[in-house]
Design a protein. Structure first.
Length: 276
């Protein structure tokens, strides 16, 4: 099993590079409603992508799949979902849902015209997961650590991994045979919480998807497109090599990795709090 790697961009040149390097899914991010308020002051990605970007990427994406995150459900959702499907989205992601009724409405609006992914990132969605997880029409669920850790009033998003929350949710998802992923990571050998530790935990929990973060490649911060290409080729290759190594890990190695995550997360949280 190889982890499905996802990367957010609205640039056709970067999307083509990512695809050619082996990124499985390119992600256009239309979500903006309420995001600035929720993540105010945080160094998070707040995209300003458009439906026209979906069309532009559809023109160059022919091997990877194309995913679009729409806005939380409201009176404009039907029109927005119809437009992104017409633009060529393979997957549509719903953020910030809180109830089974919202999930049912989302599934109905998509109507089988694209695959669906739920972004589980609210406490309400976490608490009522058993109510919607078995609904027909859900293809995948991604556990969104950014907003979920804020909902829990935590300091660092990977506290949700260290304290067992992600494992508990993963076990529920696996019991219902729902394909899932969580969070993301940087390049192997990098990241405040090392990417290889996170990748190993994905395998330990049975996760099948992860986001390639800005720590993997911040394409918009690079002046030379050849640097972007080199980052993707080397970065994806190193992930795949690490995956082959992880496949041979013993139970003890997975347990040691998790203990290392808990220790490292504790250090990071303490460091962040000491600076406030």
């Amino acid at each position: 099993m190889a982890i499905t790697l996802m990367y957010i961009t609205n640039r056709p040149d970067v999307a083509k590079i990512a695809q050619d390097a082996g990124v499985d899914r390119v992600w256009v991010d239309l979500e903006y409603k309420g995001k600035e308020e929720r993540q105010a002051g945080m160094n998070t990605v707040k995209s300003k992508h458009t439906v026209e970007d979906v069309k532009a990427l559809r023109a160059v994406i022919d091997k990877s799949s194309l995913m679009v995150r729409v806005n939380p459900l409201d009176d404009e959702s039907e029109d927005e979902i119809n437009k992104v499907i017409e633009a060529g989205a393979d997957y549509i992601m719903l953020p910030m849902f809180k109830t089974k009724a919202e999930v049912e409405r989302f599934i109905s609006l998509v109507g089988g015209r694209a695959k669906t992914m739920l972004l589980l990132e609210t406490k309400e969605a976490e608490e009522c997961i058993e109510e919607y997880v078995g609904l027909p029409g859900i293809d995948e669920i991604h556990i969104g650590l950014n907003d979920l850790h804020l909902a829990h009033k935590m300091t660092f998003m990977f506290e949700l991994v260290a304290n067992g929350t992600v494992e508990r949710l993963a076990n529920i998802l696996k019991a219902h045979n729902v394909r899932f992923g969580f969070g993301g990571f940087a390049r192997i050998g990098y990241g405040i919480l090392p990417a290889e530790m996170i990748l190993t935990q994905h395998y330990a929990l049975g996760s099948e998807m992860a986001i390639l973060s800005r720590g993997f490649c911040d394409a918009n911060a690079k002046e030379n497109i050849d640097e972007v290409r080199a980052d993707f080729i080397e970065g994806v290759n190193n992930i795949r090599l690490k995956e082959k190594e992880i496949l041979s890990y013993s139970k003890a190695q997975f347990e040691n990795n998790f203990e290392g995550i808990k220790e490292k997360v504790s250090q990071i949280v303490e460091s962040i709090r000491s600076k406030k």
